[in-house]
Structures are given as structure tokens and as C-alpha cells.
Design a protein around this ligand. Structure first.
Ligand code: ADP
Ligand code: MG
Length: 465
């Protein structure tokens, strides 16, 4: 164990996120936002316009569907909207895991798989759910990968991320892909809104609380979006939108300016399917935290007797150690760290570990998770600072809500505290008093359906009714 100590000390140094470093990250995030708003492709942050010009108001009525594709699972959902007073009458949803061969297959295979599951879900419609006569079903499509949106209901995939490697989709309109697959299934439904999951989460949270200005996803991957004034978006001025608000999808996963990275991060990046890309995402999101820790442990096992002298083969396997394992280990408050031991045994095949060795492993996890959480907090502070600088008092001078979603944020209490702690350090106690960081349960699913409703092909008829 003693031989592992220098590796841990080194790791702590390299992963440290003192306030000056966080300040730099927040400032760089704000600056990157401005660069991305000025022109397409001008910086690391794409700052993608959502084409959402009217957020759901609450008066929407009728049956709407949502489909959420963004990670290892996809979800389908239906919601019956009852207008101003009744709001959400009922919802139903279902989750389907995506087989690995589909994630590595062709575009048609992926969309046929989705449309067939969706079709089965639609067939179970009943009870409180009722389609208005003469209408076609409408669906909001949450698609949380980088898309070049061309209107509220079309968008071209720039590239897959988060372990997806479906061939032939980049450069294609994903709405057209889904509409075509639904048609092949004989499903009478059309896409009314294409939304990023972050945009959906923001719309969903804003439906219940008008002070929600920012939404952040921390799950398998990560992203953030916020409400921007159209006058502040130079690259949209040619559209002559006048004054008003829209949602900007930052695609902040691509950020990298000033991040404290280790050799473990660099090796993981080099061996990933998208080397050199999504560096912020690879440092702070759920898909990667466990893997970074695994790499540190593998090095420790090689260079010390941390796990005795028999090196565990399983430890050499990329992604065996996952973020939920780190989380479980960090919740272990027992004297002998029994939970840590059983994870070491079951997951990475360590037959025997001393309590001291288990402590080292928890320390390594904490180091990586602390860095991730604090950097996420710095990113959020950067967004808030950019908004505040433009509006002087409309963000930090009043109640402002940051809506959070995603499995990492939801399930990892230490990560959450590190994140909020960093925000408080950066914003200071006075401004932090006005900031509410709030989990939006299922914001994204409902949000997409709400945006489908707000952008319904029958919306004009609805207004007249
Ligand atoms: P997605 O991001 O794929 O849409 P989720 O928002 O549900 O899906 O996030 C799933 C991710 O959340 C997992 O990949 C994992 O990294 C993280 N996660 C899930 N459960 C836990 C947990 N108990 N502790 C820590 N992280 C978790
Ligand atoms: Mg998600």
C-alpha cells in the first residue's frame, strides 16, 4: 500500500481544482459561449440554436408522445394535457435498453428498432389517453447528440457520441430517419419537435416554474442549455427575429479550456472512439468517471502491492468499473469497508484486499469525482455569469433556477455536493442565495411532449378552439 501512496499524491495534485483554476474554467466557459454565439464553428462551444421560440405556456391540450434517445436506453412516453387548470392529466412511459449490436449497427436497424418498440407502446394506449378526432399523433423527439438543427422539426446529425457508432447517420436528418421508420412500421405518427435532451429538460422544468433559466444534464454524457435573448445571438441576426427569447444548446461537453487532466485521462481519450473530442464530458460525466478510476487502480496494481502480488485480469478490462460502483463504494461508512471489498471482489476480481488498500481506492474515487463535480459547478457558474453580464441583475439579482437531470446527478450525493460547493465558491454567498439548483424528475421526457404540443401542426386550431 505504501508504494501506491506516491501515485495517489500525484493524482491529488493533478486533479486539484483550487478556486483560481475554477475561475479560469468559468471565465473560459463564458467566453466560449460568446464566441459560439458570434459564428458557427468559431470555438469549442457550438451554441446550437434550438428553434424553440415559444416555450409551452400551460394552455396546451390533447395527447402527445415523446421519444428520448440519448444513452444506453431509450424511453417512450405519452402525456394527456388538459390546459391551464388541469395541466398534466396523466402520463405513461416505458424504457427499453438498446442492444449493443444496434448501437454499432446501421441507421436503418437503429430507427426500425425504435419505431417497432414505439409502435407496441402506442398499441397499449387507453384509459385517460385520447387522441382528438381527425388528428394524427404527434411526437416530440428528444435526441441528445450533436445536431445541426435546421428548423423545430428537422436536424442533421453532426456525429454520434457516448459510445454510439451507428453507421451512415452523420449528415442525415434524424427526423426524416424516424418518420421513415415509423412509416415502415405502419405507425400513423409524425415528429413535431426535435429537441436536445437538455432543451427538453429546460422546457419541462420551465412549464412548472418560470424562473428556470438553465438546464444541465449529468448522466452518461453531459450537456447544458439556457434561455438566451435573441438580440444576443449575432449568428441569428440575419433571421430578423426581433426581441424575444430562445433556448441555446451549448454542447458544453466539447469544452476543454484549462481543464486539469492526468495521463489517465489522456490515455482514455486516446483509446476512445472520439479522441480529442468531448473532453469536458470525459472529465465530468457518468460514462467515464469509473473508467478513469479503473485506469488509476490498474497503474497502482502494476507498481505496488496494493492488491497483493496476483494482478487481477479483470482490472485490465476497459469500463468494467462503472460510476455507480464508485458511488456505492463512497457510501460505505463501515469500519472495514465491506462494500468496497465486495465490489473489488465481484467487479475487478481482487481476491483479498487490506482495509488500507480499500481506503486508497475510496480516495482515488473521491479525487476523480471531486474534480468532476467541481468542474461541472464551474461550468454552471460560467453560464450564469455570461447571462448576468448581459442582463445586469436579471439573473443574480433575483431568484434563478438551474434545473438538473441525469442519473449521475440524481444518484451521486458526493458529486452533487462538490458541484454546488464550487458554484458557491465562485458566485459568493450573496449571489448564491438567489440560485436554486433543483432536480427535475423526468423533465426531459415531458418537456419534449410539451414542445411537440407547443409546436403542434394543429396549434392554430387549438388557439381558435
Ligand atoms: P442517459 O444519460 O444515458 O440518458 P441517465 O440520465 O439515466 O441516462 O444516466 C445514466 C448514467 O448515470 C449512467 O451511465 C451512470 O454513469 C450514472 N449513474 C446511474 N446510476 C448511478 C449511481 N447509482 N451512482 C452514480 N452514477 C450513476
Ligand atoms: Mg438522458
Amino acid at each position: 500500500v505504501a508504494a501506491a501512496a506516491p501515485i495517489l499524491d500525484d493524482l491529488r495534485l493533478q486533479c486539484a481544482t483550487p478556486l483560481p483554476l475554477l475561475r479560469h474554467v468559468a471565465g473560459a466557459m463564458a467566453a466560449g459561449m460568446r464566441t459560439g454565439l458570434a459564428a458557427d464553428g468559431a470555438g469549442e462551444l457550438k451554441m446550437i440554436p434550438s428553434y424553440v421560440y415559444s416555450l409551452p405556456t400551460g394552455s396546451e391540450t390533447g395527447l402527445f408522445y415523446a421519444l428520448d434517445l440519448g444513452g444506453t436506453n431509450f424511453r417512450v412516453l405519452r402525456v394527456q394535457l388538459g390546459g391551464k387548470d388541469k395541466r398534466v392529466v396523466d402520463t405513461e412511459s416505458e424504457q427499453v435498453s438498446i442492444p449493443k449490436e444496434i448501437m454499432h449497427g446501421t441507421t436503418e436497424e437503429l430507427f426500425d428498432f425504435i419505431a417497432s418498440r414505439l409502435s407496441k407502446f402506442v398499441a397499449m394506449e387507453g384509459g385517460n389517453f385520447q387522441l382528438q378526432e381527425g388528428r394524427k399523433r404527434e411526437i416530440g423527439f428528444t435526441f441528445s447528440f450533436p445536431v445541426k438543427q435546421t428548423s423545430i422539426d428537422s436536424g442533421i446529425l453532426i456525429k454520434w457520441t457516448k459510445g454510439f457508432a451507428v453507421s451512415g447517420t452523420a449528415g442525415k436528418d434524424v427526423v426524416a430517419c424516424l418518420n421513415a421508420a415509423m412509416e415502415r412500421q405502419g405507425l400513423d405518427m409524425s415528429v413535431s419537435a426535435l429537441v436536445n435532451d437538455t432543451v427538453g429538460a429546460l422546457a419541462g422544468a420551465h412549464y412548472w416554474d418560470e424562473d428556470v433559466m438553465v438546464a444541465v444534464i449529468l448522466g452518461t454524457g453531459t450537456n447544458a442549455c439556457y434561455i438566451e435573448r435573441t438580440e444576443s445571438i449575432p449568428k441569428l441576426q440575419h433571421l430578423g427575429l426581433g426581441t424575444g427569447n430562445t433556448i441555446i444548446n451549448t454542447e458544453w461537453g466539447a469544452f476543454s479550456d484549462g481543464l486539469p487532466l492526468t495521463e489517465f485521462d489522456k490515455d482514455m481519450d486516446a483509446e476512445s472512439i472520439n479522441p480529442g473530442e468531448q473532453i469536458f464530458e470525459k472529465t465530468i460525466s457518468g460514462m467515464y468517471l469509473g473508467e478513469i478510476v479503473r485506469r488509476v487502480l490498474a497503474r497502482m496494481a502494476q507498481e505496488s502491492d496494493l492488491f497483493g502480488h496476483s494482478f487481477a485480469d479483470k482490472l485490465a478490462e476497459p469500463f468494467v468499473l462503472r460510476t455507480p460502483h464508485l458511488c456505492a463504494m463512497q457510501q460505505d461508512n463501515s469500519e472495514d469497508l465491506g462494500e468496497v471489498e465486495s465490489i473489488l471482489h465481484d467487479i475487478i476480481g481482487v481476491n483479498q484486499s487490506s482495509v488500507a488498500a480499500r481506503r486508497v481506492i475510496v480516495e482515488v474515487s473521491d479525487c476523480i469525482v471531486k474534480r468532476g463535480g467541481r468542474l461541472a459547478g464551474a461550468g454552471i457558474a460560467g453560464i450564469l455569469q455570461k447571462m448576468e453580464n448581459d442582463s445586469k441583475g436579471l439573473i443574480l439579482g433575483r431568484r434563478t433556477v438551474v434545473a438538473m437531470d441525469g442519473g449521475l446527478y440524481e444518484n451521486y450525493p458526493q458529486y452533487r455536493s462538490y458541484m454546488v460547493e464550487a458554484m458557491a465558491e465562485l458566485l459568493g454567498p450573496r449571489d448564491m442565495e438567489h440560485i436554486v439548483v433543483e432536480h427535475t424528475k423526468d423533465g426531459s421526457g415531458i418537456g419534449a411532449a410539451l414542445l411537440a404540443a407547443a409546436n403542434s401542426k394543429y396549434a392554430a386550431a387549438q388557439l381558435l378552439a
